[in-house]
Ligand binder design. Sequence first.
Ligand code: 5GP
Ligand code: MG
Length: 462
Amino acid sequence: MIRHYCGIFGIYNHAEAARLSYFGLYALQHRGQESAGIVTWDGQKLREHRGMGLVPEVFNERHLGKELKGDIAIGHIRYSTTGASLIRNAQPFIVRYKGLEIAIAHNGNLVNTLELRRELEEQGSIFQTSIDSEVFVHLIARNLNGHTLEEAVMAACRKVKGAYALLILANNKLIAVRDPHGFRPLALGRVAGAHVFASETCAFDLLEAEFIRSLDPGEMVVIEDTKVQSYKIETEAPTRQCIFELIYFARPDSLVFGEDVYQCRKRMGQELARESAPDVDFVMPFPDSGVYSAVGFAQESGLPYEHAMIRNHYVGRTFIQPSQDMRDFSVRVKINPVKSMIKGKRICIVDDSIVRGTTIRTRVKKLRELGAREVHFRVSCPPIKFPCFYGIDFASKGELIAANHSVSEIERFIGIDSLHYITIEGLLRSVSHPENYCLACFTGDYPIPCAGGGKLCLECGC
Ligand code: 5GP
Ligand code: MG
């Protein structure tokens, strides 16, 4: 299965639509570093440019100033880990059907792709990529017969199961959709008479756009000329937003799901300190992701706060490296201790999450070598025991350290004096609407029956 993170951005009615999309994607770069793409509507046809790499590597002045003409645009950045990293899998994705060109940018992961794909192929659809977003476009195209684009998108949304935040561009229409559970975020804003959409509000800040609101789960917003219309694609589904967006994935200067991400992370650290603060000389984060909960942890516990682990800012996120060897190495490249701070000290490390255990294993070993007297570890995310089918790359159950080992086992073989993960209750006390979140990676309670559409799945045992 291909799992990917992504970021999406869209803009309607701006003379520099491509350039603003470029900056929007730049601000969302943390959501995907493998490929980037922008598609514009020039009034006659779609124009497109996609490439592998970071946003500034993919686009140059020629693309932004000349080729990507038009005042409507959508953009996408993709971060694929287990899937093939191919240029033809880069988005936005375009299909041409009966004289209509449709471009789509998708963030999330569908769970019934295989079934749908088989069904569509039997009816004659030919697929160009291995991404599930392509299934979406084919479904839309199939439903266009005698229907408006809005109706076709709604019909496609009712067929697919899974997580999606979508931007669709067709002629002079821009459509934005959030799936009925609302797994992935999507926000609406305005700048200089234009409407903008982005996965996170940090993209609006860069453009000095005003944040209007988040789309509701199951909402479709259609913009055409000066008209903005909102539709409900489904009403019954319970809201199940991805709590990992708040724990790790989103930028702390964003508002996501109506939450201020920075404040949320700080509260997680405070809760964590209330649950278990050891007697140590100081608290330190594993930067950057651990910083915000570590600040909350230090403030709540009253322990001194230090930055004894230094981050190299010129390396990307470690999961980019596919092999385990390379992963160990990239943790070393990424964070390195300040030697004089470690020797003889009793230290409490705070990090946002433990996934495979690579970071904690390699860095704690180093701290021991440098003579740390005690090393305690506090994590502002409960143990991740189950894979995610909705767009976060938590690999398979076999690779998740907490799926296969108890807290005391991890404590023992990593060689730490104590390990404490925030409780689910503590985590939920840090958010404003605890009932609205998906906790499947901690509990195995999947809001949508996983992969095989409810059939026995070896991964999660549903
Ligand atoms: P581990 O080293 O245990 O496999 O991963 C945990 C570390 O990676 C934490 O420092 C956390 O901030 C970061 N992390 C957690 N989830 C992800 C993810 O999905 N992708 C990337 N690149 N890093 C992650
Ligand atoms: Mg980290």
